[in-house]
Design a binder for this molecule. Structure first.
Ligand SMILES: [Zn+2]
Length: 400
């Protein structure tokens, strides 16, 4: 496929051709990265020459596969200055199609599935990736088979069914969904677009770093705080910083990459604290931030390596801290964040309190999705302190 020169394995370095669909390295199951001829692009693909391009992630076409994009306008989300912290910026991914950052990865993955002539796509998902696959598959006229935990937010189910996806709700976690997809895909003829088991979701997610650098006028922030379930965005952004350096857009400077997880499912934080290079599967994962219920991320070896190389770290936030942060962002910033996104603010507060970041550090917090996708979850979280004697709503007649 033109654009991508070849794929290379992130474990053993083996390469394979990009002209046909690939999953993971056949030798060791390593995650494959798409590689471009950046030397040829250097000097020709410049930050200064793209300002008038389409306001979507496809503005970075030279470092994406060259196929007819299956696009719904994903990416190029706002980088909002915080009202509370002068040096903090909020990258609001809730404005993407399907209301989450998953749109980026699935736009590029479905674009390539379509270009390769694949017809049936399957995904295990904690919720939002399923919604995004369902939307892009619908736009491309492809079949989507989605497998989600039965207690995903209602929006994810409603979206997937509306987009015409074949929805299976599983009594378990995303890891159980992944096992079912892996077992059934060969005989059903599905192409498995699981997190990091095909190389193009990373390509879509990496554009978040291109955008941050473009929106900062070529600057690299001191820190990035990123909610880490599967960790595709973290991995993609790190890849993008390397690409931007090769392109001559930035120097060797890098942000401290911080992964935030829920205390109810924190395999990366546990591995980080114990100095390990891979995670152990988290037992009894439970958190209202459903996108963070990933007991063992497939890309754990890359995530932990990035945290280490960047001078970052992994941080856990409790559900109570997440709910508090969600209200804080909504009430102070006017940003109604997904619980996963709100975890970024909880982590930032901790890292300011312990001196990891100073008030002068430019730090980008990622809100990965819109709170509108989680109305049932947020309503549930509000219940214990809700039901005041006098409701602060006027003009609504109901059976109170
Ligand atoms: Zn390999």
């Amino acid at each position: 496929m033109s654009g991508v020169a070849y794929f290379s394995c992130t474990k053993c370095g083996a390469t394979c051709e990009a002209a046909k669909p690939q999953t993971v390295c056949v030798k060791d199951g390593g995650i494959l990265f798409a590689r471009y001829d950046l030397t040829a692009l250097k000097g020709n693909f410049k930050l200064s020459s793209i300002s008038s391009r389409v306001a979507s992630l496809w503005r970075y076409a030279e470092v994406l596969p060259s196929a007819q994009p299956v696009t719904l306008g994903e990416g190029f989300t706002p980088l909002l200055p915080s009202r509370e912290f002068p040096k903090v910026l909020i990258k609001d991914e809730g404005l993407n199609p399907t209301g989450s950052f998953k749109a980026r990865g699935l736009s590029v993955a479905v674009t390539m599935a379509n270009a390769y002539g694949l017809k049936k796509l399957a995904i295990p998902s904690a919720g939002n990736a399923a919604s995004a696959l369902a939307a892009y598959a619908a736009a491309a006229g492809l079949e989507a088979h989605v497998f989600m935990p039965k207690d995903v937010p209602l929006a994810n189910r409603g979206e997937c069914e509306s987009y015409g996806a074949r929805v299976t709700l599983v009594d378990g976690l995303i890891s159980d969904c992944a096992r079912i997809v892996a077992e059934r895909s060969p005989k059903e003829g599905w192409f498995d677009v699981s997190t990091l088991k095909e190389p193009f979701r990373v390509e879509g997610k990496k554009t978040m770093a291109y955008e941050v650098v473009e929106q900062l006028g070529g600057l690299v922030p001191q820190g990035i705080i990123y909610p880490c379930g599967g960790g595709v965005g973290l991995i993609g952004m790190w890849k993008a910083f390397d690409e931007m350096e090769e392109l001559g857009w930035i120097g060797p400077e890098r942000p401290k990459m911080v992964a935030v997880q829920s205390a109810g499912c924190a395999p990366v934080v546990k591995a980080w604290d114990e100095g390990l290079t891979v995670t152990e599967s988290w037992k009894g994962a439970s958190t209202l931030a459903s996108g963070l219920r990933v007991p063992k991320p497939y890309g754990d070896y890359l995530i932990l390596d990035i945290l280490r190389k960047s001078g970052g770290r992994a941080v856990a936030a409790t559900d109570a801290e997440i709910v508090h942060a969600l209200r804080q962002w909504a009430g102070v910033e006017g940003v109604f964040a997904a619980p996963e996104g709100a975890a970024s603010l909880a982590a930032y507060r901790k890292l300011r309190a312990n001196g990891f970041f100073s008030a002068d550090d430019l730090v980008v917090l990622f809100n990965t999705g819109s709170g509108l996708k989680y109305l049932d979850v947020i309503d549930g979280a509000n219940k214990p302190i809700a039901s005041p004697p006098q409701r602060q709503i006027g003009g609504i007649i109901g059976p109170y």
